[in-house]
Design a binder for this molecule. Structure first.
Ligand SMILES: C[S@@+](CC[C@H](N)C(=O)[O-])C[C@H]1O[C@@H](n2cnc3c(N)ncnc32)[C@H](O)[C@@H]1O
Length: 282
């Protein structure tokens, strides 16, 4: 694939001086990277490696012809990782501050198969964005207020594989009391009902004002509180969204399993449509 590098070191430095990169250290050229003091995101992040492992296990390492969405893409690193394997990737991100960082990658790497759109992930419909073979919903579901219906919406545009990474709510108050302090503000166990099915979870207050929201580049965008599903409800919601293959992946933090599970429970949930996956050429 033709990869141009149109931005000079001086241009990159000038643009980076106006941006606040918070998570992903992306190497832009031999002299410039986005957060030089951090490990290189694409080459070293265990999360990136885990997500790549799953997608390439199903689709092979040549992803040309595979259409992907990266929802709540933050600084664009996951999108770039998959575009480099040939996938046709659309990163969707609501925050102006974040999409500007994604657009720096878009301009600099100038790959025809990598683009970013500023939009609310709640607007993900077939009419607006088309269908995708693979959808990445990493770190986004627990920032939404209607996660079950949103998963169903995502299921309607996902042809084969959905990856959902993120927190889930503790099922008991004893488990809630074990969480790290900033997560103990989760509300009492509550239930949302979707299509006559009950999905237990807990509300999480993210912010109260837009000023607070705008100071938090990783937070929810269009809802001040989010509903965290419990693990069983999350698994059920993925199945209800049309995925007959449902499982969890742990290889990226297997060595921290006990700590993560008790203090900040999260997982990488995989939903697959097995018939569509069988038809994919490797
Ligand atoms: C916790 S970060 C996760 C980033 C990245 N996907 C990852 O896993 O590292 C959540 C991201 O979703 C974005 N976001 C939150 N709510 C959104 C919404 N309703 N529509 C689009 N993006 C949203 C945030 O701006 C942020 O970039």
């Amino acid at each position: 694939m033709l990869v141009e590098m149109p931005l000079s070191t001086d241009e990159l430095r000038a643009r980076l001086a106006n941006q606040r990169w918070t998570a992903q250290n992306i190497v832009l050229n031999e002299e410039v990277s986005t957060i030089p003091e951090r490990p290189e995101f694409l080459a070293q992040s265990p999360h990136v490696k885990a997500v790549l492992r799953t997608v390439t296990s199903f689709f092979g390492k040549d992803l040309r012809g595979v259409r992907m969405a990266d929802l709540g893409c933050l600084e664009g690193g996951y999108s770039l990782a998959f575009a480099r394997l040939g996938a046709d990737v659309v990163g969707i991100e609501a925050r102006k501050e974040n999409i500007e960082k994604c657009r720096l990658l878009e301009a600099h790497f100038a790959m025809p198969n990598l683009r970013f759109e500023q939009a609310d992930v709640k607007e993900l419909t077939r009419d607006r964005f088309g269908e995708f073979d693979v959808v990445l919903a990493l770190g986004i579901l627990y920032h939404l207020d209607s996660p079950v219906s949103w998963l169903r919406q995502v299921g309607q545009v996902t042809r084969a594989l959905l990856l959902v990474e993120g927190h889930f709510a503790p099922e008991t108050d004893a488990a809630l009391a074990q969480l790290k302090p900033e997560l103990q503000k989760l509300g009492p166990l509550d239930t949302v009902v979707e299509q006559s099915v009950e999905y237990p979870g807990r509300w999480f207050a993210e912010y109260e004002t837009n000023a607070e929201r705008d100071a938090m580049p990783w937070a929810s965008y269009s809802n001040p509180r989010s509903f965290w599903l419990t693990r069983p409800s999350l698994l059920r919601a993925i199945a209800a969204a049309g995925f007959d293959l449902v499982y969890e992946q742990y290889d990226h933090w297997i060595n921290r399993y006990e700590t993560v599970s008790s203090q900040a429970p999260r997982s990488l949930f995989i939903g697959g449509k097995s018939q569509a996956l069988k038809r994919r050429p490797r």
